[in-house]
Design a protein around this ligand. Structure first.
Ligand code: ZN
Length: 503
């Protein structure tokens, strides 16, 4: 239809976003249900329902009427308020990205990813990279081709990065990772020269039932209102947010390591606070939820590492831990607990990595993705290159591909250009801490009393309430000024030099 007035187009745009949000809400809840409460045998019916819902969602995303609304509004941008302008901008980006991919190629890619997922699971289980390689080749080739559709004026890998972190480029990431590597690799080497921290008490038996009570306590300390956020149990912890009053987080309990769930709850709790903290006006629009993957990770990692692994936080929660686990922690004091949960040791598995060595796992994936998309690395050489980089950046030998290049699901799921935001999040968080302390003074005195309200209040004011109204880079710079990775490297150097008494 032809629009006669801005109001009419805006009204249609509002309804369109509400409808899209409703489908996302329904599919999101089904996904959470599938991994938490749904009976095993329900997969077939759910598959059919999801197929139908996602087809409608795809039609909505590529609806020519949306194009008409956007085209009309783009011609009247000066009449829109900032929020409406941003909606038009975000919807246009999404619409163009989806529509530029020929329908046939899109369908083929969905089939490829479905097959690749099954092939990857089997290959990982059987340590058989060669069986997965043909799928990985096609996934990389498709992503390279799609990058040209998304934004032909950018280098292909830059176009892929931009999908997860608007505006992020290799030109920004190269010096970032270089700086991290220059600081972290020598720290790791120094730590290997001194006595390692004893964390053996964390591997005693901690009944899951008691760990659940500990999780309830941690969510309470974080100030998460359980009327709007549930905690469930899944194989891999995650957060799903549907609007600022409906967020689901999950954890996974290990009876021989309570710190795994403890920091999962705090990490996912950080994501949850971000989702819950958005202003009401963004609900059911394209601007609800976080600004980007990187900003989201900055929040989860802020709570998990900067707060959760601080002496102050351990001081606050240790009495309750001791109350719940009197026998397991009988010979343990607060300082021992603090040191144990901060133990740094290079390892093979990214998801198990500690705060110090985590970024190295990411820079390895970044190097490889850059080369795979840039065409300077062949898929068949992935294991060799992976193992070489693990030796160089982390000093570990990779015994097989199951714990090597086959460990993560990301590439099999088509997520190329996604990894860097994890490391970026940690670095964003460290700079946010500096700014927060400059504004509020030492926040850790409150944290030591189990009071996170100042910390969360600051983050809500500067980050959470804006949802995705601002571009991630702009949001960050308005709060913290120009991004400076040395805040993160300084933070790590200071923390680990003190922790390990390094010279
Ligand atoms: Zn996360």
């Amino acid at each position: 239809m032809k629009y006669e007035s801005v109001n009419q187009a805006l009204e249609d745009l509002r309804k369109h976003q509400q409808t899209v949000s409703a489908y996302q809400h329904a599919m999101g809840v089904m996904n959470v249900d599938a991994s938490t409460a749904a009976p095993k045998g329900s997969w077939e019916g759910r598959g059919q329902t999801m197929g139908i819902l996602s087809e409608i969602a795809y039609q909505l995303d590529t609806d020519p009427r949306l194009d008409e609304m956007l085209t009309f509004l783009e011609a009247h941008m000066q009449e829109l308020d900032p929020q409406q302008k941003r909606q038009v901008e975000v919807l246009r980006k999404g619409f163009d990205e989806t529509r530029k991919i020929p329908a046939q190629e899109f369908v083929e890619y969905c089939v490829l990813l479905n097959d690749a997922q099954a092939a990857w699971e089997k290959a990982k289980l059987e340590n058989d990279f060669d069986a997965f390689a043909p799928f990985l080749e096609k996934i990389m080739a498709t992503n390279r081709r799609f990058a040209g559709y998304y934004n032909p004026s950018l280098a292909p890998y830059d176009a892929l990065l931009d999908r997860y972190e608007e505006g992020l480029t290799m030109a920004a990431l190269d010096p970032f990772f270089e700086k991290l590597r220059a600081a972290i690799v020598p720290l790791i080497a120094k730590i290997q020269q001194v006595p390692q921290i004893d964390d053996s008490f964390l591997h005693r038996h901690y009944p899951v039932e008691t760990q659940r009570r500990f999780s309830d306590y941690l969510m309470e300390v974080m100030g998460i209102d359980r009327s709007y956020c549930t905690l469930a149990e899944t194989e891999h912890p995650f957060t799903s947010g549907f609007n600022n009053k409906d967020v689901r987080i999950t954890t996974h309990y290990h009876a021989d390591d309570p710190s795994a769930s403890m920091f999962s709850v705090i990490h996912e709790g950080g994501h949850a606070l971000y989702e819950l903290g958005g202003d009401d006006c963004y609900n059911f629009t394209v601007l609800q939820g976080g600004a980007s993957m990187g900003i989201h990770e900055s929040q989860s990692r802020f709570y998990e590492n900067i707060i959760g692994r601080s002496r102050a936080f351990i001081h606050a929660i240790f009495p309750r831990a001791k109350e719940l686990f009197p026998e397991q922690l009988a010979d343990v004091d607060e300082e021992m607990f603090y040191r144990a949960v901060n133990k740094a040791q290079p390892s093979l598995i990214r998801t198990m990595a500690d705060e110090l060595t985590y970024a190295n796992h990411i820079m390895i994936r970044y190097e490889m993705e850059k080369q795979l998309i840039g065409g300077t690395l062949e898929v068949r050489d992935v294991p060799k290159e992976w193992n070489r980089l693990y030796k160089e950046y982390l000093g570990v030998e990779v015994p097989n591909d199951t714990v090597g290049c086959l460990q993560d699901t990301h590439w099999a799921s088509g997520l190329v250009g996604y990894f860097p935001s994890y490391a970026l999040g940690s670095a964003y968080g460290a700079q946010m801490l500096e700014k927060m302390q400059a504004d509020l003074g030492d926040v850790f005195a409150d944290v030591a009393n189990g009071d996170l309200s100042k910390v969360t209040g600051w983050l809500k004011e500067h980050i959470h309430r804006h949802a995705s109204f601002k571009k991630p880079g702009q949001l960050f710079e308005e709060v913290c000024g120009e991004f400076d990775a040395s805040c993160f490297t300084d933070y790590l150097t200071k923390k680990y030099t003190e922790l390990y008494n390094l010279k």
